[in-house]
Design a protein around this ligand. Sequence first.
Ligand SMILES: Nc1ncnc2c1ncn2[C@@H]1O[C@H](COP(=O)(O)OP(=O)(O)OP(=O)(O)O)[C@@H](O)[C@H]1O
Length: 343
Amino acid sequence: MEKKRITFIINPISGTNGKEIILRLINELIDRSKYDYSIRKTEYAGHATEIARQAVKEHVDIVVAIGGDGTINEIGRSLIHTDTALGIIPCGSGNGLARHLHIPMDPKGAIYTLNAGIIKNIDYGIIDGRPFFCTCGVGFDAFVSLKFADSGKRGLLTYLENTLHESLRYRPETYEIENSTGTVRYKAFLIACANASQYGNNAYIAPQASLTDGMMDITVLEPFTVLDVPSLSFQLFNKTIDQNSCIKTMRDDRIIIHRTKEGVFHFDGDPAMGGKDLKVEIVHQGLHVIAPMKPARMYEQPFNILQHFTDFIGRRPISTTISDRHKQLLMLNQNILRRLSKK
Ligand SMILES: Nc1ncnc2c1ncn2[C@@H]1O[C@H](COP(=O)(O)OP(=O)(O)OP(=O)(O)O)[C@@H](O)[C@H]1O
């Protein structure tokens, strides 16, 4: 059998961890009876798009992103509607697409997934001409992505600091969403258009979203008070945010978001400036990805809401009795309330 070719693209600034160990693991574990490979390191933002485009030209079979959703976005946009598949060794701070696809967070598991080589065909989205694979949107999360890009540091704590600092000062805006059934007006804190179900870090902004249904799940978060924050944050990690009374949901394959003024939007967590009217659409099955057939139980912990929550806010987990969990959750909620109300 002819060997397949892989190009690994490593983003040295994604996430917070060193990448040397991953390079060593690739060298040790990749199945050389199946694959020949080369490794490229990005030197600037946008470089991954160019490297991936060149790989496609050279009929490379798989381009593997060693990075987070921003790196995946840069690579994915060169791979759409080609025969070259995307692989992922998750290495970002959120890893939304990899988590949705059940690609192990552990690099060894991710390399074994590449060795298994199962290819799936997934949807992608386009907002204002820019492809996205995980989520895009306007409002508070776009605003945070802008702050985050400006902050000079990456990582979850930076993200969280930004989020907590800004969330109570942020003013909801009025939007109109034009969809296949008409136009609806909302005052909203954010509108998220989801191809994958989560932002990353198991924060499920659109828990019902599927990567293969040809549709996006749209989540509108209407204005809320500080008292709603604990239940919203709990439900975000419990995959039940769609049941919160501040949330409105819809599903469509194309919408136009009308806003009162031009401004920022985000695509896979990276900010961009756009006009008043933003067209968002889903393209069915435009990208091949390598992913496990089903969740790799070997590498997965059982679902634990408190674990996910504490992972997200960067605290140490956890004891396991129900009453302890209850107490810890209450403490976390109080802590968030306290921090938010100080701002
Ligand atoms: N060599 C580089 N120097 C500066 N920026 C880079 C370089 N290579 C890639 N980038 C930029 O880094 C950004 C962040 O990368 P990425 O999103 O993969 O990491 P992350 O933000 O830590 O992870 P996640 O998106 O999963 O939270 C990308 O949008 C990309 O444009």
